[in-house]
Design a protein around this ligand. Sequence first.
Ligand SMILES: [Zn+2]
Ligand SMILES: [Zn+2]
Length: 116
Amino acid sequence: MPAKRFRCYRCLPPQGREFDADTPECPACKAGPPAVVKLTLVHFLFEHPQGAVVGWLGRRFHLACQPGQPLRNYPHRPMPASGDPLAVSCPACRQTAEHKKALEGCEAFDPLLPQE
Ligand SMILES: [Zn+2]
Ligand SMILES: [Zn+2]
C-alpha cells in the first residue's frame, strides 16, 4: 500500500480530492505540484483506560489505527495526533468505529461543506 497521501486542489475545489500514491500525481486529472500537496497524517486519539499514550493528568489514549502502540516520534517532531475528529486525516483512523462515533458527536460536521 502506498505510504503517502496527497490532496489535489484542481479536483473538487475548494476541499480537494485526496488520494494515496507513491508520487504526487492526481489519478483523476493527472495534475502535479503545486496543485497537489502532500498531506501530513493526523491520527485520532481516543480515551481508553489501557491506552498506551499517556496524556495530561494521567489520562490514557489509544491511537485509533494502532491501538496499544505509543506515539512514535518522527525525526524532528512528535507524531501528529488529535482528539478532534475533524482534524484527523489518517484514512485508517477514519475507518475506525471510535472515530465515526466521535464524528457523530460533532453537530457542526457536514461532509458537504468545506472544513475550516
Ligand atoms: Zn486532480
Ligand atoms: Zn491513524
